[in-house]
Design a protein around this ligand. Sequence first.
Ligand SMILES: Cc1ncc(COP(=O)(O)O)c(C=O)c1O
Length: 432
Amino acid sequence: MINPLAQQLNDTLKGSVVDALMSDLGKRLYFPNGIISQGGEAAKDASLANGTIGMAVANGTPIELESYKKMMPTLGPRETVAYAKTAGNPDVRKLWKEKIIEKNPDLKNKTFSMPILVPGLTAVLSYVCDLFVDVDKPLLAADPSWDNYELIASARRGAEFHQFKCFENGKFNIPGIEKAMKADAEKYGSVRIILNFPQNPSGYSPTKDEAKELVRIVKEIAESGKKVMVLSDDAYFGLNYEDDIEPQSLFSYMADVHENVLAIKADGPTKEDFAWGFRTGFITFASKALTEDQITALTTKFMAAIRSSVSCASTPSQSLILKGYKAGNIENEKKEFRKILERRYAIVRKFVNEHKSDYIEPLPFNSGYFMSFDTKKINAEELRVKLLKEHGIGTIQIDPQTLRVAFSSLDEENIEVVYSAIYKVADEMGKN
Ligand SMILES: Cc1ncc(COP(=O)(O)O)c(C=O)c1O
């Protein structure tokens, strides 16, 4: 099925030389009318506060870890202009593996691959889908979820994009996930699911009990003889603001849950280390019965995907990561920045706890960069446009019922003003 936006582009190109030459993939590609274009509008009109961007911003400038900033002018030619290896600098890969274990102590005695370095988490998702998702191998993800998942699965891979409702009656929808996974398992003999926590756009992470339930569901499907690929998108890992959140990546549990489960971890410095422009991400995988040779073979498959698309990632950012971590202070600096986000979360949390509206309701949130409102009967796009044009506030419409606010990019002193305006405009729209 061709996306209507792709169709519009195809109609414009109809009869041209481009149309005559284009591949199936070319015909399916479209640029979502979503986060990037709405962010562009906000850059022009959000004079008061811009809550569209998935970066952490203070006083209008992206925050930057001192450890990275300091190292920028110190790099030599081997650390900048020299080619990087296809799967990334081996020292960086080793360092990241150690960091994964530090952050997920359950992995200490489990076997998992060396992380493969690619240009950002988007590349991780794209390569994983290159290898495992196609026309009769659908990808299952949350609704709402990051718009790039569908673009990668449907347009790039020509696959069906299946979704489960992430929340039902104001709660994380474990029964919905179970039903959707079992339906795919039944129909296709296997399941490929992407689980993203802290989640974009809701800002939700499962509690310890909910994480156990997710593992139980995957295990049950695996025990029934069906194969399961669980891709954990850990882009916002570690940004947890409540005590009951499961502190480890689901990958830690999926890594050896059953021989029918392939666990894949997508992570990287992009959001965790506040280094969005570095374009570095890691693919790490594990499965209970994979041999060393099989781990090497799958690593080689990923290297082929890298080689045949971008050849390798950029060298300077790999050098900066290595030197930044080796300097020894990065974890302290990250803690300081996390505190900034946590303070912003606390202000937002307090505000929404103290304000009720008949027309908008926050989706559950406890982590990450964002929170979202269920805008119920109000059209989220109309709400977004009013906030932008009448109040100078940038937000993102994810779908007609979901408005996302990136508190990561709102200065503390603006949060009350922004949220007061959101509730006021929503109430006015609802009453009219
Ligand atoms: C859930 C999620 N995964 C992956 C990414 C992509 O990260 P990167 O910029 O490293 O490609 C984003 C970026 O917004 C995201 O929100």
